[in-house]
Ligand binder design. Sequence first.
Ligand SMILES: Nc1nc2c(c(=O)[nH]1)N[C@H]1C(S)=C(S)[C@@H](COP(=O)(O)OP(=O)(O)OC[C@H]3O[C@@H](n4cnc5c(=O)[nH]c(N)nc54)[C@H](O)[C@@H]3O)O[C@H]1N2
Ligand SMILES: Nc1nc2c(c(=O)[nH]1)N[C@H]1C(S)=C(S)[C@@H](COP(=O)(O)OP(=O)(O)OC[C@H]3O[C@@H](n4cnc5c(=O)[nH]c(N)nc54)[C@H](O)[C@@H]3O)O[C@H]1N2
Ligand code: SF4
Ligand SMILES: [Mo]
Length: 706
Amino acid sequence: MSRATHCPYCALQCAMFVEAAPGQAPAARPAPFPTNRGGLCRKGWTSAELLASPQRLTAPLLRTRRGDFTEVDWDTALDHVAQRLTALRERHGPDAVAVFGSGGLTNEKSYLLGKFARVALGTSQIDYNGRFCMSSAAAAGNRAFGLDRGLPFPLPDLAGAEVVLLAGANPAETMPPMMRHLAAPRLIVVDPRRTATAEQALKNGGMHLAPRPGTDLALALGLLHAVRAQGLVDTEYVAARTTGFEDAWRHAAAWWPEQTEQVTGVPAEHIRAAARALAAASGAYVLTGRGTEQHAKGTDTVSAWINLALALGLPGREGSGYGCITGQGNGQGGREHGQKADQLPGYRRIDDPAARAHVAGVWGVDPATLPGPGRSAFELLDALGGPGGPRALLVFGSNPVVSAPDAQRVRNRLAGLDLLVTADFVLSETAALGDVVLPVAQWAEEEGTMTNLEGRLLRRRALLAPPPGVRTDLEVISGLARRLGQPAERFPADPARVLAELGAASAGGAADYSGVSLERLEAGEEVFWPVPDAHATTPRLFLDSFAHPDGRARFAPVGHRPPAEAVDAEYPLLATTGRVMGHYQSGAQTRRIRELAGAQPEAFVEVHPDTGARSGLAEGALARVVSRRGAALARVRLTEHARPDTVFLPFHFAGEQAANNLTNPALDPTSRMPEFKVSAVRLEPAGPPDAPGAAAEPARAAPPHG
Ligand SMILES: Nc1nc2c(c(=O)[nH]1)N[C@H]1C(S)=C(S)[C@@H](COP(=O)(O)OP(=O)(O)OC[C@H]3O[C@@H](n4cnc5c(=O)[nH]c(N)nc54)[C@H](O)[C@@H]3O)O[C@H]1N2
Ligand SMILES: Nc1nc2c(c(=O)[nH]1)N[C@H]1C(S)=C(S)[C@@H](COP(=O)(O)OP(=O)(O)OC[C@H]3O[C@@H](n4cnc5c(=O)[nH]c(N)nc54)[C@H](O)[C@@H]3O)O[C@H]1N2
Ligand code: SF4
Ligand SMILES: [Mo]
C-alpha cells in the first residue's frame, strides 16, 4: 500500500497517492480519508502535472543590470539577498524589510517565517494572504466564542443534519468532494448567483436566497427578526449559554421581512420560510464562506450570521453548529503560528506581555527585542516603497499582483521597492516583477503538517524527490537566517525539529499544538486542535462551554450599513468576484496545467441577458468591466442565473484580465479584510466575439530595481 499525502490546493486537503512509474510523469489519485471519502476534484486529479512541468523553476534567478533574469547558484542568490537586506536595515531600520506569507504554507513554514521576521530581521512588517481570506470570520468567531477554529466539528457531522444554511459559499465548485457530506440535508444557499451549490439546494427541496451583494448583514438581521417574530428563539439555550441577546436584538428589531426584502431583494416569504426550516430542523448548521465575509463590514456580517445561529441554539450542541469554511490548504494552521501582523505562535497576541515572554523564552531572545504589531496585508502592500514604508519585500506563497485588491496600485507599489524576493516553484506574475526568485520544492516533495478546515492535523509527505537545484522553503528561510547572523540551531530546516519547537511555542496558547507528533499522525490517529498533551484531541469544541472566561457565547450588537461604494449613473452595476472549479486562486499553478488551462483559458464575466442587451453585449462578446479604479477584460457569458444588477468575474486571470484591476480595497475596520465582493462598475463592449489576442498578457517592461 503506498503512502498518501494531501492535495496542494484547498482547505479540504483531500488525501491522495502520488506515484511516478519509471520514465513516466507523476500522477495523483484519491486515497481513502474521512473528509474527501475517496473523491478529488479536477484540480486534485491534475495536480501532479506541475511537479514535472517544463515551466517549473529549478535554479535561482537574479535580475541583471540589463533587466532580464539570469540563473545563479544558491550561494550567490542567498548572499545577494542577505547583503541587500542588511544594507537596507542599516540604512532605514528593521521595518524597512517586509515579509508576505501564505495560508498555503505548512505549519512549520508559517511558524519559521514568523520567527524569521521577528528575530532574524527584527521587523514588525509581516502579514499574509490569509488576511484576504477568512480574517473576518476569524474575528467574528473570536468575538462570539472566544476561539476561532473554522469548523468546530468534523465534516462528516454535516451529513446528519436536516438543514444546512450556506452563506456566500459555493462548495460545489470550491470544494466538490465536500458535497458528499451535504447530499442528505436540505440546503439554504445564500448567494447572489444561482451557483452549482444553489442548484443542488433547489434539487433537494432546499432554497436559494439571492441577495444583492453587500446586503447579507441585513438579510441575517431579517432572518433573526423572522425567528423571533414567529416565536422560534431557543430561549432556554439563550438564557443558559449566551449573553447579549437583547442588545443584538435592538439592531434586528427594525428588520421585519418586508423591510429586509426592500434592501436585499429576497422575498419576505422566503425569509420567513427559511427561518421556520432552520428552527424546525432536529439538526441544523449555519456555514459561512467568502461571499459573506469579503466585505468592508465582513466581521459584523459574520457576527450577524452567528447571532442567528445562537438564537436558534445551534453552536456547541451535538449535531448542530456554526462554522466558517476556511479556504487555503493550511488556511487554518497558517493563521495560528505567527505570520499574521498581530500574532505570535499558538494564536497568541503580539501585544500581550505574557505571550511575548513565553515565546521569547522558547526562542531564546529578550522579549523586549520582539517587535510589536505590523501592518495588515493590504496596508502593508500599499506602504511599500512609500514614505516610511518598507523598501524590501520577501514573498513566500502568494501572488499579490493578481490576488490583492486594486491590483494596478499594488503593482506600482512593488515597482517602487529596492528589493523584491519571491520563493515559488513557477515564475508567477509577482515573481516576474522581482529581483530574485528562489525555486522551492512542491507539496509532494516535502514533509510537514497542515491543519485542514476542521482543525484536523494532517501529514504532508515527501513521496518524490525534488528536482536537483530546488530547496525547501525551510531550507531557504534557514539559509537566509544564518547569513543574517543567526545561529543555525535557532533556524532548523528539518520539519520534525520545527514541529517540536512549534509545539513548545504554542503550549498554553489558544491553538495549543504541544501534543502533536509525527508518530501520532503516522499511526493514523485523528488529531484535532487544541492538543495540549500527547493524548489530547478535540474533534468537537464548545459542547460544554464556550472559550470566554464565563463559558458563554456572546451575541454581537451589529447593524446593517451599505457597501463602501455605491452605484451611480456612471457605474450602474455591481461586480462581485470569486472562483470557478477548474482554477485555483491567482491561477499561478492551474493556468500552467494543460487540462485546466484548456477548459478555461481566459477570463469571463457572467451577465444577465437583460443587462447584456442594455449594454450592447451578446454571448461571447469581449467586455471591459470598468470601475473607479481600473478595468478587466472578459468574455461575456449571458445567464439567467445572474441578478440583473450584478455581474460576476473569477479572479484567476492576470494582466488586463485580472478581476482585481477593478476591486475596491476598502477594509473592514476589525479584520482589515478588503471588499473583494462589491464594486460599482459599468460594462463596455471591447471588441467582436472572436477578437484575437483576448487572452494575451500585456507587454511588461522589467522593473528598474537596483
Ligand atoms: N476551484 C477553486 N476552489 C477553491 C479555491 C479556488 O481558487 N478555486 N480557493 C480556495 C480558497 S483560498 C477559498 S477562500 C475558498 C472560497 O470558497 P467560496 O467561499 O465558496 O468561494 P467564492 O467563489 O469566493 O465565493 C462564494 C460565493 O459567494 C458569492 N457572493 C458574492 N458576493 C456575495 C455577497 O455579497 N453575499 C453572498 N452571500 N454571497 C456572495 C459568489 O457568487 C460565490 O458563488 O475556496 C477554496 N477552494
Ligand atoms: N477579487 C478577488 N480577489 C481575491 C479573492 C476573491 O474572492 N476575489 N480571494 C482572496 C483569497 S480568499 C485568497 S486565499 C487569496 C489567494 O491569492 P494568492 O495569495 O495569490 O494565492 P495563490 O494564487 O495560491 O498564490 C500562491 C503562490 O505561491 C506559490 N506557492 C504555492 N505553494 C507554495 C509553497 O508552499 N511555498 C512557496 N514558496 N510558494 C508556494 C504558487 O505557485 C503561487 O505562485 O486571493 C484573494 N484575492
Ligand atoms: S477539493 Fe480541494 S483538496 Fe480536494 S482535490 Fe479539489 S482542490 Fe484538492
Ligand atoms: Mo482564501
